[in-house]
Structure formats: C-alpha cells, structure tokens
Design a protein around this ligand. Sequence first.
Ligand SMILES: [Zn+2]
Ligand SMILES: [Zn+2]
Length: 443
Amino acid sequence: MRLVVLVLGACLLFVPLRGQNLEAVVRPQIAGLVATYEDLHRHPELSHHEEKTSAFLAGELRRAGYEVTEHVGKYPDGGAAYGIVAVMHNGSGPTLLIRTDMDALPVTEKTGLPYASTVRAVGEHGQEVGVMHACGHDIHMTVMLGVARSLAQLKNNWHGTLLLIGQPAEERIDGARAMLADHLYERFGRPNYAIALHDDSELAAGTVGVVSGPLLASSTSVDVLIRGVGGHGAHPDATKDPIVAAAQYILAIQTIVSRQNSPLDPAVVTVGDIHGGSKRNIIPDEVKLELTVRAYSEQVRENILSDLSRTARGIALAAGIPEERSPIVKVIDGESVPATYNDPVLAARLRPVFARWIGQENVLSPRPGMGSEDFGLFGLDNHEIPIFMLRLGAVAPEKVAESRRTGRPLPSLHSSLFAPLPEPTIRTGVLTMTAAALNLLHP
Ligand SMILES: [Zn+2]
Ligand SMILES: [Zn+2]
C-alpha cells in the first residue's frame, strides 16, 4: 500500500510537457534576451579576463534560482580562472551538464552594428588590441540564460540535477581543463551527459545542425627544435646548418598526411611559426618550429606524432648533425585538446526532439570540421561521459541564400565582420537546448 502511495506521489510530481508549453515559456523572454545579448556583445572580455562577464552571468543565474559558485578553475601557473558553476537539484534523476563559453577574441569589430564593440585591451604579447565576440560566445551565454530560466520555470517537467557551466578561456583551449583540474566533478557531481552549442557562420538562423560522431578534430600543439652547429656564413662546411635542415624537415613532413596516413582518415599538419637566425652571415645554432596536428582519431594523432619525431631524427642523421644535437620534438599538452565526439546514441535521441520544436526541415546535417574546441574534455578520456554539441544557425537566411547564389563566402567565425542575427538565433537556441534538457532529464 505504502509503495502504491509513493509511486502515485512521484507521478503527481512529474507533469509531462504538453502542447505549446515550452514556446509559451520561451516567447516572453526573447526581447529581454536580445537586449542582454547586445549588452554582452558591447562588453567583450579576452580569455583569462572574463571578470565582469562571469560576474554578470553568475548574478543572473542566481536570480533564476540556481546555487552559483564563482572562480572555479585553476590554470597550471596557479592563476585563478573565472569559471562558474550553477546547480539546481530537482529530485532524483540524471545529472545534466550544459556548458557555455564566455571569452572573446583580439579582433577589432568592423560590423558597423549599433551595438558593435569598441573595447580595446592589452593582448597576449603586450600590444593593444580590439576585442570582439567574433566567435559568438555572447550568443551562447544568452541562450544559456534563456535555458536556465525556462528550466527553472518548468521544474515540474523534469527530475534530476542541472549543472550549468560558464567556462572561461575556450579560445585559449585551457578553460575546460582548468575547471576540471579544480575538481569540478568531485565538488559538484559527475554528469551523466554533457551538452553545449556553438553558433555556425554558414547555417541560417532558425536552423540547427546535428552531427553524429566526430564533430571537431583534436588539436595537438608540437614544438620542434632543429639543432645544428652554428658558425660563419662563409664556412658552411665547418657548421651543421639548422636552417637547411628545418627547410628539409618542413617539406618532408608534408608527406605524412599525403603518403603515410590513410586517405580515409582526415588529418592536418600545419607549421604555423618558424624562428631561426639573427643575421644574414651567421649560421645559427638552432631553428624553432611551432606546429599543430589535427585528427579525428586518437590512433591517427599518435601515428602523426611518431612520424614527426622519426622524420626529425632522419633529417638530422642525413645532415650529419651530432647525436648530442639531435632534434627535440615536444608535445605541449596544455595547448592540446581531444576531438569533439558527439555520442551517436545521444545525437540520434536528440534529433527528433529538435525536429518536434523547430520542424524537421530545420534540423540539418552539416559536415564535421577540422577546427577544435575544448568542450570534449568534459567527456573525460575514452568518451566516458556521452557529450553532444549542437551547431546553431546564426546567419540571416537571405545572406545564406545570396552566398550560395554568388559563391561569395560569408564572414566566418573569428572574422571582424561576423554578425549573427540575434532574435531567431537566440530563440532557436533556447527552444532546442531546453527541449534537449527536458528530454534527458525525463525519468
Ligand atoms: Zn572561436
Ligand atoms: Zn567559439
């Protein structure tokens, strides 16, 4: 008897979402959210400096009924991060992590919008830079607020725990790692699922993109130090020239992707920075190269890293560089991230949920990309926690149509001209992410 009463009680507590309930909850928020977006857009802050942005987000989440902890995150140098965690417990059930990033980029805005950023700050190398939300993290934060408020209002429609994350320093790919290193899961609970979205500079506002499996590539930063034996430029025979060895190395590693990697496994090796020498008549002692390696699979990434080391050793050997001056190939772990892998089961579960609220025709299947992101870290090693990142269309539909007609590309993410269309983008983001949360927190 007691059991029957308990079960009945539990059923009464949970009211399934009916009809247009969700839209009725979201619609009245939109004008306020657009104003919030414009305000966030006007006041961007660079990675590691998200002080006011995180305080604003924390205040709004607190007002929405969440228990908020600020300053979650520790960088390897001991510096504190501006990460925030907002928790809402609502009975027993799964724990869902929803993440937004918060940082902006050193880009001088050229959109000409009335709410364009005019902020300037000191950049990474001490120079003055313009600052802009050129990756749309202001859209992500605004959507997060809408989702947080909607789920607080719809508490009778879900059970479990919400873990809302305001992550700093996505653009430097060290923010997620800093929060995890600060014992995020030990302190606030380990999620059963983690979801996020990223705006998309090619998809029309009002649409979303669902990708199953690899969404974004892993990115590994590699430093290669080609060491030689320096001397006078007039006597190359008395030296081991690291500049020539570096030139040979750069050409040799072009065959890693083209000849050593399977054509069916996407990969990129880019040398983005090369430094060596001080004067035209001096053969220097060393040349430093900075590389990034991108791949979807961990095996491909490891193969490429070992190819890079082997090729460096081979070039040095061929040049007769002494053993004690052999090249040093170093992976920079703090600047590397795993691939963002959308759990296929989660993707298949959520696709019809999105279609229900925005229409089947607005749920697209874009191609994955070779860019990178640190959201994958929240899934831990070996995809322990299933994660899913939604692509959120952000461009005025007529601009998408025009670009298709003329072949002229649209301003990409990180462009000084990137200008998301706020209203439909935010509305679609709040609807789809709230719907996803209600689905995953359905007992
Ligand atoms: Zn970005
Ligand atoms: Zn971004």
